[in-house]
Ligand binder design. Structure first.
Ligand code: ZN
Length: 261
């Protein structure tokens, strides 16, 4: 069994990657999805020490928001706490210190925080944290650690899902081309001569509502057996880093299993 991945669309600005998985079954596609969501580690704020918080948001709410802000993650420099040489005590290899001190009226943004590691800062500078009125202030320090999505969703590197690849066949001509074109909510069919043709770029969006098949007997639908996989990163890692990491984790798990047999 040879598994092949084929890139469909790489939207770097949106941190989104679409690819085709060929030559395997749903078990593999789902394993990849779960490895991405639950196993690939990222940095997230875990402890917050609040020295002052006179904003409208109470301390717990503020800490929750800070935990959910994505942090650019450099996986070469950080280690999971339970695998670190310090044995969980906390050191520069498994903890990242950040501070946030604002005493100015207006919004407090992610960019106002200062990270001890310039390579690992909050990803989106204009993400609002809270809002201050005159004379209000926030002053806090944070500790971010590497973690995995299976412990808390804040450590998930992104969103991953897949669906089966659809395929349509048009035999001969369709009776009413205009009706077919208008029936598809995604515009997969386009008029060609007196019949219709398939727009391949839009075919990946197909929800399989199969209105086209109901309207005309000459249109048949089948699934190719391939999977369309969508990966959207929250920004801590690039899509490529997420995929590489998930492959490494997969191999490590297989090796672990082999050693146990
Ligand atoms: Zn450590």
């Amino acid at each position: 069994m040879a598994i092949k991945l084929e890139k469909i669309k790489d939207e770097r600005k949106k941190n989104k990657l679409l690819f085709l998985i060929k030559g395997t079954d749903e078990v593999f596609a789902n394993t990849l999805r779960r490895l991405i969501i639950e196993e690939v580690p990222t940095l997230a704020v875990e402890d917050v020490e609040i020295k002052e918080n006179s904003s409208a948001l109470y301390d717990e709410m503020l800490a929750l928001r800070l935990g959910l802000i994505p942090i650019k993650t450099d996986l070469k420099s950080y280690e999971l706490k339970d695998k670190c040489k310090c044995a969980g005590a906390g050191c520069a290899k498994c903890e990242l210190k950040l501070t946030l001190k604002v005493g100015k009226k207006g919004y407090v943004y992610a960019e106002d925080a200062h990270s001890a590691d310039p390579e690992c800062t909050f990803v989106y500078p204009k993400m609002p944290i809270t809002k201050l009125l005159a004379k209000q202030k926030v002053d806090l320090s944070m500790t971010a650690v590497l973690g995995q999505g299976k412990a808390h969703a804040k450590w998930s590197p992104g969103w991953a899902f897949y669906k089966r690849e659809p395929s349509f066949k048009i035999e001969g001509k369709v009776a009413d081309a205009e009706k077919i074109v208008n029936a598809c909510p995604l515009g997969i069919f386009e008029p060609r001569g007196s019949s219709v043709a398939i727009n391949k770029d839009k075919l990946y969006d197909c929800h399989e509502c199969l209105q086209c098949v109901e309207l005309d007997k000459n249109i048949t639908f089948e699934e190719t057996g391939n999977f369309i996989f969508t990966l959207e990163s929250w920004g801590q890692l690039t899509c490529k880093e997420i995929l590489n990491q998930s492959a490494d984790i997969f191999l490590a798990k297989i090796e672990e299993m082999e050693s146990l047999i």
